[in-house]
Structures are given as structure tokens and as C-alpha cells.
Design a protein around this ligand. Structure first.
Ligand SMILES: [Zn+2]
Length: 186
């Protein structure tokens, strides 16, 4: 799989930092140094970003390791049934790199158009100041995030809730946060 890269577009910039993300939300490492690979996730309600983070892959892997195997297996099965990585890769090959909407205008899992999502999250894979454009970026509808949350054990939901609280200063019940946010743990 050859990766195409583009400068990180504004849609994946940080509202809070008023520019590109520069630090891992967990270990605080400099994301623009060396060859650090990291992901960016942002949750929108309508057009408003309500939650966002950039996290290096080492930190992400550590968090995933803490989650229950049963939850991860259920989520992976849910995603595998709905998201064909090879097909996605083939399809995106013909898309122009400056046409980000192509990647984000439908929920990658439930195929719901973005215009019909009250809430949705977007995720990208980045290195330094570049963003990979092939399988990712993707958009995940609030409906899909909700379904994935239902597949998680209480322990896993609680752990991810803590993570959101820790990183975003939000109550773990997501009282003021997203209605449904399921970090990209697959
Ligand atoms: Zn980190």
C-alpha cells in the first residue's frame, strides 16, 4: 500500500490551539519532531467542533491494551462487517487529494451522509505536518459511535470515559460532551 500525503488541512487543525496540533494529548511529545506517527480525532455537533485530540500511536496502543478483549473483538467485528479496507483503498486512489469532502461526506461504517448526522467524528493519520490520504481520513456518524459504545463492556466504556475526562476535562458521562464518542480503537 503506497501512502499519499498532503499538508494537514484546516478541518484537522485544533480549534483550541488555533492551528495544527503540536503535542500528544497524553505524553505531550512533540508531534512534529522525528517520525512520530499520530492520529487526530475531532467530534462535531453540526458544524461546531466540540471535542478534539491528537494522540501518538504509542499512547493509543497503551490505552487499547487496557481495554477488555471482548469489547475490542466486538468492535472489530462490527467494523469488519461494514468497512472494507481494501475497497476503500482502491476507491480513494482515484480521488483528488485536495477534495477532502470525498473522504468525509459519508459515515464510513453506516454510509449515512454527513448532512444527516447531528454529531459525527472525523479521524486522520498524520506524520509531522502531513496527513495520510488513502483509507483514512474517515467520518464516523454519531449513530455508529453509539452502536459501538453499546458493544463495549461497562469496564471499557468507563475506561474510555475516564480518558475523555482526563483529556478533555469532561464528565465521563459525556454530560457536556459528545452524545456518543467512540475513539478509534480499531
Ligand atoms: Zn503520546
Amino acid at each position: 500500500m503506497t501512502r499519499r500525503w498532503v499538508p494537514i488541512p484546516q478541518k484537522f487543525h485544533s480549534l483550541y490551539h488555533e492551528g495544527p496540533f503540536t503535542r500528544c494529548v497524553d505524553c505531550n511529545r512533540d508531534l512534529h519532531a522525528d517520525d512520530c506517527t499520530y492520529s487526530i480525532e475531532r467530534v462535531f455537533r453540526g458544524t461546531e467542533p466540540i471535542c478534539e485530540m491528537a494522540i501518538c500511536l504509542a499512547c493509543r496502543d497503551r490505552i487499547v491494551e487496557e481495554l477488555s478483549q471482548e469489547s475490542l473483538m466486538r468492535i472489530n467485528a462490527f467494523v469488519d462487517e461494514r468497512f472494507d479496507v481494501d475497497m476503500r483503498y482502491q476507491a480513494t486512489q482515484s480521488w483528488a487529494g485536495n477534495d477532502l469532502d470525498k473522504w468525509l461526506d459519508h459515515c464510513a461504517l453506516l454510509k449515512i451522509p454527513a448532512t444527516e448526522c447531528k454529531e459525527y467524528q472525523i479521524a486522520a493519520l498524520c506524520r509531522g505536518k502531513l496527513m495520510s490520504i488513502d483509507v483514512l481520513p474517515i467520518m464516523i456518524s454519531g449513530q455508529a459511535a453509539e452502536e459501538m459504545q453499546r458493544l463495549m463492556s461497562k469496564k471499557t466504556r468507563d475506561r474510555l470515559g475516564e480518558m475523555v475526562q482526563e483529556f478533555f476535562g469532561m464528565p465521563s458521562e459525556f454530560a457536556d460532551g459528545p452524545d456518543s464518542y467512540s475513539p478509534m480503537i480499531w
